[in-house]
Design a binder for this molecule. Structure first.
Ligand code: ADP
Length: 876
């Protein structure tokens, strides 16, 4: 029995070997493998059953339970079913009483193996030796149970004899078989994993190689693999482009051949260190030489690749072309150098404030300006604040802040900073924000410092000077004001004196001339008439001198005013001829007038009285200083504008002439060509000076051309304004005798109020008025005049100005406002003979002004004019 058992065990071992072979052959659990395994397990079972332990006739015992449960466990359901089918079929064929139980044992063993397999797989963990042992025991218990089912208890003796074999040895054998299969399966799994890992590794290596080549070949950076002997083994296109060689050319060269000579030594030094194992890699900027000869700036990174034994195998180099960067950085460097040079030359302090980091970069001049070395300057804004004069800090910061906040574009401020030596320096600080972020927040601000201390000192000095000058000017102005006040006071005094003098001289002259006139009118004795005529002539001369002196005084006091009334040159020239014609004739001189018709009749305006005065003076002189020949008055228009006619007057004579030396002096006051003249011809030397002043006042020029012994030609040119069409010329008065006749015939008995306080003047005036049959009422002052005017209506009132009680102006005003004579002509008759006096009278409501000394002819003319006017108004 034991021998058969050993046989069975031997089959089992063979089973393990063959089973494992099958399992190894078929890597995957294919139906073929299942079939093979099923048949194998079936055959092994059959072999065991061929040589069983024959326990009793028809009762056999073998190792089928172990093989079939193993088949179910190792091969699964299909394998178990095939093996069990084969075994069951064979057992039936053997027959005997044990055939059904034998088939039952076959089926239950295979089934238990399959179920255990399912359970282990569901559990997930590998079963251990104990699991297999327990499974073996369970299979054998099932077998023992089956044996008990054999009819007639035929199986019982077997159970009693073999139970210990079944329950001890069979499970152990089953366990070892299981472990062996498990071990084999594990080995197979490990081998497969190893194979897979190796495959994966090879694939990865391949992919990695491909990636490397893709990178190597298409990299935009130059790459090379070089030998330890510095030859280029492999190069990529980028490197070829950088150096200008083809791959074929480069791989036959060494990198030392193509290195720029100056850069070879440092590169070799590093390379050798790497070969010596001191370093594994190095990087540097170096130059290669391009195929066409120009240097190529590159950034080189070199590293070695070691063999397994640690020695260097080959070298990998990365060559980046940085020519463009280099060129732009060189240009930048050059620009920065230039800028620094300019800043150094211009002595400008420069500052660059990185607002984000808070650091400030400043140049040497910035520090030197304040007496510091650059090393003493900290890169902070704090130090700037500290250097500013305490009084200027707030001002400086608020200017900077205004720019930072965008309130103003430029920070431009002059303020004081403290020098290291304690002195104060004036700085002009100019800056602006150079960079802002997307939100407009300032990031960088740059500016310059200019030392303007000297300029400031100059300004201060200038201000001091200006101040001093202003004080001086103020002092001088004060003096001038005092002097001006004094001059004005003197001028006022002079004017007052002039007016008084005029009044005081004219009043007695009026008496003298009036009385002479009255006496002459009554005189019948021819000698008396002649004497009175001479007295009158002398008085007239005296009056002319008096008028000249007063004129000159007025001119000098700047009080000479010119009138602007209608003017006709024919009248002016006729007036001269009328006045001086008989004088020329008296000296047997011809007075020739040369006045073209168009000029004579031109409608002009100006001061005809003063024009006449100039002409009378010049023609008078010409007659005076000419003994033979004649005098010519020539008038020409020499220019014309829209507003005025430029008229030239020439008075030439055939007299004694004037020498060149005297010509310069003649137009000055009191100057005569020769002092002996005074004795011979008389004269004051004032005439030409007055002429010159009047011509100047008219805006013209005066001069003289003369040849001594042959004669002189005095000339003057004045602009005379053109008259507007509506401006009427005053009618020429009637000749004197006619006037008197008209007064007597037409106005005899007309009541005239004569207002005069001075008795002599009163007498003269009354006589002259009564002489033409006018009826005269006398008032001795303004008040009396007003009283009379309130009671009587007068044809005309003659009014003195200066009177006691009430003066002429006040009286005229009162008469105009409250009397019977509101419209009666009132004529001032006064020794106040200046133009402003005349204007004063007209402004005071009077109609006209007769200057004393009174010229009877002039008085009658004026009386007639106003009596006519008054009569017309009364009739109207
Ligand atoms: P007066 O004639 O009163 O002396 P003027 O000023 O009119 O003053 O003249 C000044 C001087 O000019 C005269 O004294 C005379 O010497 C000189 N003079 C003026 N006109 C002539 C002239 N036509 N011929 C020569 N000398 C003249």
């Amino acid at each position: 029995m034991f021998i058969n058992l050993v046989n069975n065990i031997a089959f089992l071992i063979a089973l393990v070997a063959v089973g494992q072979l099958v399992i190894s052959r078929f890597q995957r659990n294919t139906p073929g493998r299942q079939l093979m395994l099923g048949v194998l397990f079936g055959c092994v079972t059959l072999l065991g059953m061929v040589n069983p332990v024959n326990f009793a006739p028809g009762l056999i015992f073998d190792g089928r339970s172990i093989v079939l449960s193993l088949a179910g466990l190792v091969g699964g359901g299909v394998v178990g079913a095939i093996a069990a089918g084969m075994a069951a079929a064979y057992r039936y064929q053997l027959g005997g009483i044990g055939a059904p139980v034998g088939a039952l044992v076959i089926l239950q063993s295979a089934l238990l193996g399959v179920l255990a397999r399912q359970w282990f797989m569901r559990r997930g963990a590998l079963p251990g030796a104990m699991h297999y042992l327990l499974l073996g025991v369970l299979v054998q218990l099932a077998q023992l149970g089956a044996f008990a089912l054999i009819p007639n208890r035929a199986g019982h003796p077997f159970i009693e004899q073999a139970w210990w074999v079944l329950l001890f040895f069979y499970p152990l054998a089953f366990m070892f078989l299981c472990l062996s299969f498990q071990h084999h399966a594990q080995q197979r799994v490990d081998r497969l994993a190893l194979q897979n890992a190796q495959k994966a590794l090879t694939a990865e290596e391949h992919a990695s190689m491909q990636r490397f080549h893709a990178y190597f070949d298409h990299s935009i950076v130059g790459l090379a693999i070089t030998s330890l002997e510095k030859g280029w083994l492999e190069v990529n296109d980028a490197l070829c482009n950088t150096l200008g060689y083809s791959r074929a050319e480069l791989t036959h060269m060494t990198w030392t051949e193509l290195t720029y000579p100056d850069d070879l030594a440092p590169d070799m030094a590093q390379f050798n260190r790497m070969l010596a194992g001191e370093i594994d890699s190095y990087a540097m900027d170096k130059r290669f030489v391009h195929k066409d000869g120009h240097p190529v700036h590159t950034r080189l990174a070199v590293s070695n690749v070691r063999k397994a034994d640690g020695s260097v195998d080959y070298v990998v180099a990365m060559v980046e072309d940085i020519s463009e960067q280099k060129i732009s950085s060189l240009a930048l460097e050059r620009r920065e150098k230039q800028l620094r040079f300019v800043l150094a030359g211009s002595a400008l302090g420069f500052w660059d404030w990185d607002i984000v980091t808070g650091t400030v970069d400043r140049n040497e001049q910035w520090a030197e300006m304040l007496g510091y070395t650059p090393e003493e300057i900290k890169h902070t804004t704090r130090q700037w604040t500290d250097f500013i004069h305490p009084d200027d800090r707030e001002r400086a910061w608020s200017s900077v802040n205004a720019v930072l906040e965008g309130g103003s574009a430029i920070h431009r401020l002059e303020y004081r900073m403290l020098h290291k030596d304690g002195s104060v320096r004036w700085i002009l600080d100019q800056a602006s924000v150079m960079q802002r972020d997307q939100d407009g927040k300032p990031m960088r601000m740059c500016g310059t410092h200019t030392d303007i201390t000297e300029r400031k000192q100059d300004e201060l000095e200038l201000r001091r000077h200006r101040h001093h000058l202003q004080e001086l000017v103020a002092a001088q102005t004060r003096d001038l004001v005092i002097a001006k006040d004094a001059a004005e006071a003197a001028n006022r005094a002079k004017s007052a004196f002039l007016a008084n003098m005029s009044h005081e001289l004219r009043t007695p002259m009026n008496g003298v001339m009036g009385m002479i006139e009255l006496a002459r009118r009554r005189m019948v004795d021819p000698r008396g008439i002649d004497q009175l005529g001479k007295a009158k002539h002398a008085a007239e001369r005296l009056l002319r001198v008096l008028n000249d002196i007063l004129d000159l005084s007025k001119i000098e006091a700047d009080r000479m005013m010119l009138e602007e009334t209608p003017l006709q040159l024919r009248d002016s020239v006729d007036g001269v001829a009328g006045t001086l014609g008989h004088v020329a004739a008296g000296k047997d001189l011809e007075l020739h007038i040369d006045l073209p018709e168009d000029v004579a009749g031109a409608a002009l305006k100006g001061d005809s009285l003063r024009l006449g005065q100039i002409l009378l003076n010049l023609v008078g002189n010409a007659i005076k200083f000419t003994e033979r020949g004649g005098v010519t008055l020539r008038v020409r228009a020499v220019g014309e504008t829209r507003e005025a006619l430029q008229v030239r007057f020439e008075v030439s004579d055939t007299g004694l002439g004037i020498d060149a030396e005297a010509k310069g002096r003649l137009f000055q006051s009191f100057e005569q060509a020769d002092n002996s003249m005074t004795r011979r011809y008389g004269g004051t030397g004032l005439g030409l000076a007055i002429c010159k002043s009047l011509v100047r006042l008219m805006g013209g020029e005066i001069g003289v051309d003369s040849v001594p012994g042959e004669g002189s030609m005095f000339w003057f040119v004045v602009p005379l304004k053109k008259r507007e069409p509506g401006m009427l010329l005053q009618e020429m008065p009637c000749p004197g005798l006619l006037v008197e006749a008209r007064l007597r015939s037409q106005y005899a008995g007309s009541r005239i109020l004569l207002v005069e306080d001075e008795p002599i003047t009163q007498e003269i005036a009354r006589s002259l008025l009564e002489n033409v049959n006018l009826s005269v009422d006398i008032a001795e002052n303004g008040q009396q005049a007003l009283d009379k005017a309130r009671c009587n209506a007068y044809a005309l009132i003659l009014m003195d100005m200066q009177m006691p009680v009430m003066n002429g102006i006040d009286a005229a005003g009162a008469i105009r406002s409250d009397s019977l004579n509101r419209t009666t002509p009132i004529l001032a008759m006064t020794a106040n003979a200046f133009d402003e006096d005349r204007q004063h009278c007209l402004d005071g409501g009077m109609n006209d002004h007769i200057a004393k000394p009174v010229d009877p002819g002039k008085l009658y003319e004026t009386l007639l004019q106003w009596l006519v006017a008054g009569g017309e108004k009364a009739n109207a």
